[in-house]
Ligand binder design. Structure first.
Ligand code: UDP
Ligand code: MG
Length: 314
């Protein structure tokens, strides 16, 4: 980390979203402290309590009392993991910002590896979960999303879903300036980074508690990702629409000529139905997609605050 001598702030900020993680916090804090002190960083940890309803906040407050390098932000309700990370990033001061999950799935021991890679000159360093400990219900959609996101953002990464990542200050500042209502941090970061690296990191079973992502939340996240980063889907639809319209015109011309030559078609009803259904289906699909973009515009123009902070410590 280059600017260690600047008295402005610590050189490393660790941002951790927390939502009902009381079973894991003590172990996490202990392991983090050991790693960060061991590596000799001038560090701060920012825990963002995303509206937990268990004892997480009390536990976090005790960390803050024991060690003033631990800073806390508390939301008034649950706004989601990515919003929590944004809130932490906005308050971070480090030259390098590392994010990780609170459930011990991302080993804190891998942080120095990420920071070393940043020191090599990369703007963003992503972790890639080599031996991922999740069910196929999670890994299969992830695989699809990784391919799609790589295409859309133009940055080829193996694992967009891994939240154990490091960012250089500049990139964090750029992300802070984006007041988008819904966003996917790893993809957003790549749109500002000049150079991105990816290194293998460990992945463990969840320490305690359950995953906070049900099917609906996962779908929503992936849909945000698709529509949030490009207009490609909508361009694709327009293109398809054009092609289909041309085919339709061609087909009509064919039927007209056929009628003149062979005579009227007797049992063309089913063909007609097939064509009709194809078109109606496509139209509905297009309307849905346009609706998605309009919905996004609506959310942006309302300019509602993205989250409310209830309390801060440190
Ligand atoms: N999380 C959060 N708000 C939420 C959901 C999750 O802050 O609404 C945090 C959670 O406490 C954890 C991280 O985000 O630190 C990842 O969540 P989880 O482990 O449930 O996701 P998974 O590993 O199943 O993808
Ligand atoms: Mg997890």
């Amino acid at each position: 980390m280059d600017n260690a001598s600047e008295a402005a702030g610590p050189n490393l900020s660790v941002v951790i979203p927390v939502f009902n993680e009381e079973e894991n916090l003590a172990a996490l804090q202990e392991r983090l402290r050991r790693v960060l002190d061991g590596a000799g960083y001038d560090w701060e940890i920012i825990y963002v309590d995303d509206g937990s309803r268990d004892r997480s906040w009390e536990i976090l407050c005790s960390f803050n009392q024991q060690d003033h390098r631990v800073r806390l932000v508390r939301f008034n309700r649950n706004y989601g993991q990515h919003m929590a990370v944004f809130a932490g990033m906005e308050r971070s001061k480090g030259q390098v910002v590392v994010t990780l999950d609170a459930d011990l799935q991302n080993p804190p021991e891998d942080i120095p590896k990420l920071v070393d890679k940043i020191d090599e000159g990369y703007d963003v360093v992503g972790g890639w979960r080599e031996h991922r400990q999740d069910s196929w219900l999670r890994t299969l959609p992830s695989a699809i999303v990784n391919r799609l996101t790589s295409r859309v953002t133009g940055v080829d990464l193996k694992d967009y879903g891994c939240m154990l990542r490091a960012y250089r200050r500049q990139v964090v500042e750029a992300m802070n300036a984006c007041e988008e209502a819904s966003s996917f941090i790893p993809a957003l970061a790549n749109s500002f980074a000049n150079s991105v690296a990816e290194i293998p990191v460990g992945h463990a079973q969840r320490g305690g508690g359950q995953s906070k992502y049900g099917l609906y939340r996962l779908l929503k996240l992936h849909f945000d990702l698709m529509t949030g980063f490009s207009v490609l889907p909508i361009q694709f639809v327009s293109f398809m629409g054009l092609i289909i319209a041309l085919v339709g015109v061609g087909f009509g011309a064919f039927l007209f000529v056929r009628r003149l030559v062979v005579g009227p078609e007797l049992e063309g009803v089913f063909t007609l139905f097939a064509i009709l259904f194809t078109f109606v289906g496509l139209q509905i699909f297009c309307v849905g997609l346009i609706g998605e973009y309009v919905g996004r515009i609506y959310r942006e123009v309302r300019k509602r605050p993205r989250y409310l902070v209830r309390e801060m410590r440190g």
